[in-house]
Structures are given as structure tokens and as C-alpha cells.
Design a protein. Structure first.
Length: 435
């Protein structure tokens, strides 16, 4: 499904195109204007972060900007109005002709539209799940009825050991593939090493890039990358719930290589340090950039481990390291492949819950029935939905859009060509509408 453009950005694009066609008098946006808007954008992101603790996911720009914003304490209506004014300022000019500059123009316009929408939400504006995802992330995820997931569950039924409901049997099956706590660090460390080594075969990372790995509890997420700037990350893994063997590679690639750590380090190197574009020294979590960030982090797993290479690595290396039987790895991944086809079920639970069609218990019941969560896991997922709302689309819709960008119809399947296309995402200001 193609993304639906942010309405503010879409209207602006039409207006700019129309003005160019009718008058021919609009000039191309000068670099000085783009730079001024970029600095103002950074300050507005920081200002909105004063109202929303989750909004500023990373910032490594000038400390004086943050200090000035904290002292100024802009109200939400002022933040939204200033964002709209910056969009109008850009709209007075045509987009530049050079591709990267044109992408920057679109990036600033779209991110500002999302920022204004987030300020409106914090000020009390209500939206449906799809309206919110369109306004914040430049995209709307497809809707699947429960019957769609039931058909997949029928296939899963044939693969699981007999006895009990499908959800119970899946829970018992998964419990046989949990990494023992005393082996968790060894397994995760080995997975990260492998993901990094495979990424370095194709990607030249900045000198000195590194990360710190921590294990934490009492979080709504399973893993998180806190980018620190200067090519450094803090990667945290939540150990509240048992970690199954597949989570090692998932989190190692997603949070590290070639996922979030790689993406942020390359943006810092190529756009902040090399080009002096300050808008990439801040990461607004509830923005279209997150669909690219999460989608590329999830697709990065397939980039690092194409074809059957993941199965071979886990069977031969991680299963023994975790004390699991390598002979069962293939049957384990047949079940995981079916589960991957159900990854939009979590979106549906969030949509029903946010739209008021089900209450918290109803959302938990949906996750247990259609997404095979344990009751405890479903409650944790609902905690994530309460905190991040429609953000959930960025993982699965983002994955699908990035996969289409890299491996879509007519794309050269050569591994080097695939990495070239993937790297265009990691080193440019591309957003969902540009995929």
C-alpha cells in the first residue's frame, strides 16, 4: 500500500507546483533560507520536547540552543504557529533541482507539518488511529480483519505440537527456545559481533563508532537505541520477559548494525558533519523520519542475513551458545515465518483501542487471539501502545516500504546493487512519500 502524504505537506506541494506553472516567477529556495528554516526546526523540536518527554529521541547539536529553548518555554499554540510559518516560508520558493537538496526541502516541509500536528495533539486535538499516523508519519497502514489472521493461524495449527488452544501451544513451543539468563549476554554479544562484521563488509562506518550495551527492566519496549552523537550509542535490552533465540539477531541488527546505530552514525557523518545540515542533529521520534528509521532497521536484518544465512548462523552458532538443540532450528523458523505474516495484527489492536472500539481488556484479548501474545506479553504491548500510539505502524509498514524500495519490481538483485539502494536510505533525507 502506498503511503498517504501528510496533508499539510501535500497541500503545500500542490500550491508550489501550481504557482510555478502559472507564474513561472518563483525562485529556487536559497541555501540560506534552507539553513535558517533548519535551525528554526531544530529549536521547535526541542521546544516541543519541553512538553513531551518522548519527543526528542536524540540531540547532539549546540547546547546553547537547548538552553535558550528551555528558558523561552514556548506554548503549544506558538510552536504549531511557528512551524506553519516556516512551511509557508519554504513554500514561497520552488524546490531545488539537485536531488539531495530537493530531498532536504521536502524533509523540512514534511517534518514541520508533523511537528505542528503533534503540538496540536498535545494541545487536545483528537484523531483516529489512521488520521494520527497520516499526520505524524506520512503514511497509513493497511487494515486486515480478524478472519485474515485466522487463516494464518490455521496453518500454524498444523505446525505446533498438539494439546490446548493455539495460543497455549504456541506459548509452550516458544518457551522451549528461551535463552537462559546466564547465557543471554554471550548470545547477544555474539549476535552483535556477527551483525557488525556483516555490515562492515558493505558499509564504511565512521572511525571510532561504538556502542554500550545495557540490560534494563520496567520498560514498555524490548530494545532501544539511544544515539549519543559523535558516532556513539547506548543500546538497552529489556529483560522483563524471557528472550527467545530469534530476538538476539533481531535486536542486534535492528538496534545496532545495520539498524539504528548505523543509520544515525551515517546521517551524522554525511549530513551534519560533511554538509552542515543542523536538522539532522535532532531526531523527533513522532515524525515521518521514524518510519524510515524503523523500517530500515527491520529490513537491515534481511540485508545482513540474506536468504538462508540467518538460519545457518543461528543453527550453527547461537543455538549451541544458548544450549538449544540445533537440529530443531529449521522447524523453529518455519513457525517464525508464519508469525511474521501476522505482524500487522498488533496494528489492528492499536487501531481498535485508540479509536475506542475496544477497551484495554479487549485490546489484550485481540493480541492474545490474533497475534499469539501471552497475556503478560499482551499487557506489555498495550503499555507500549498507550505510550507510543500509532507509532506501531513504523515497524511493519516501514519494513514493507523499505523492502519495496530495495527489492521492488525490476530492482537489480545483485547483492552490491541491493546494498547501494539500501545505503541511499541511510545517508539521505528520504521520507515515506519519497519511497
Amino acid at each position: 500500500m502506498a503511503p498517504i502524504l501528510n496533508l499539510r505537506a501535500y497541500a503545500l506541494a500542490l500550491a508550489v507546483a501550481g504557482a510555478a506553472c502559472t507564474s513561472g516567477s518563483a525562485s529556487v529556495a536559497p541555501q540560506s533560507v534552507m539553513d535558517d528554516v533548519a535551525e528554526s526546526y531544530v529549536r521547535l523540536v526541542l521546544a516541543l520536547g519541553e512538553h513531551d518527554a518522548d519527543y526528542v529521541d536524540a540531540y547532539y547539536g549546540p547546547q546553547e540552543w537547548r538552553d535558550q529553548v528551555t528558558a523561552e518555554q514556548l506554548g503549544l499554540p506558538t510552536i504549531a504557529a511557528r512551524a506553519d510559518a516556516l512551511i509557508d516560508r519554504l513554500g514561497a520558493f520552488d524546490p531545488p533541482g539537485q536531488e539531495l537538496e530537493r530531498l532536504r526541502y521536502t524533509y523540512l516541509t514534511t517534518q514541520l507539518g508533523s511537528l505542528a500536528a503533534r503540538a496540536d495533539m498535545l494541545g487536545g486535538r483528537t484523531m483516529t488511529f489512521d488520521e494520527e499516523s497520516r499526520a505524524l508519519y506520512d503514511a497509513v497502514a493497511p487494515t486486515n480483519p480478524g478472519e485474515y489472521y485466522l487463516s494464518i493461524l490455521g496453518e500454524l495449527d498444523d505446525l505446533l505440537p498438539p494439546g490446548g488452544s493455539i495460543a497455549e501451544r504456541f506459548g509452550w513451543f516458544q518457551s522451549g527456545y528461551v535463552i537462559p539468563p546466564d547465557r543471554l549476554d554471550a548470545v547477544f554479544t555474539k549476535a552483535i559481533e556477527e551483525c557488525r562484521e556483516r555490515t562492515l563488509r558493505q558499509v564504511e562506518l565512521p572511525d571510532g563508532e561504538n556502542f554500550v550495551l545495557e540490560y534494563v527492566t520496567d520498560q514498555s519496549w524490548s530494545g532501544y537505541n539511544w544515539y549519543q552523537g559523535e558516532y556513539q550509542s547506548l543500546i538497552q535490552v529489556n529483560v522483563d520477559f524471557p528472550s527467545s533465540i530469534d530476538r538476539a539477531v533481531d535486536l542486534a541488527c535492528h538496534e545496532g548494525y545495520p539498524g539504528h546505530h548505523t543509520y544515525n552514525a551515517l546521517l551524522e557523518q554525511n549530513l551534519v558533519n560533511d554538509r552542515g545540515w543542523p536538522e539532522f542533529s535532532v531526531y523527533a521520534l513522532f515524525s515521518p523520519q521514524s518510519l524510515i528509521a524503523e523500517g530500515s532497521a527491520n529490513f537491515g536484518i534481511e540485508m545482513a542475513f540474506p536468504g538462508d544465512e540467518r538460519l545457518a548462523f543461528e543453527r550453527d552458532v547461537l543455538f549451541p551458545l544458548a544450549g538449544l538443540d540445533p537440529a530443531t532450528a529449521e522447524s523453529y523458523y518455519r513457525v517464525q515465518e508464519l508469525m511474521a505474516r501476522m505482524n500487522y495484527a498488533g496494528n489492528e489492536a492499536a487501531r481498535l483501542y485508540i479509536d475506542g472500539d475496544v477497551d484495554a481488556d479487549g485490546a489484550v484479548a485481540w493480541l492474545v487471539r490474533y497475534a499469539m501474545y501471552s497475556p503478560g506479553g499482551a499487557r506489555q504491548r498495550l503499555r507500549f501502545i498507550d505510550q507510543y500510539r500509532s507509532y506501531v505502524i513504523n515497524y511493519n509498514l516501514g519494513l514493507d516500504l523499505v523492502r519495496d524500495f530495495v527489492d521492488g519490481d525490476g530492482a537489480d538483485p545483485d547483492p552490491n546493487a541491493r546494498w547501494d539502494r539500501f545505503m541511499r536510505l541511510l545517508t539521505s533525507p528520504r521520507l515515506p512519500g519519497g519511497l
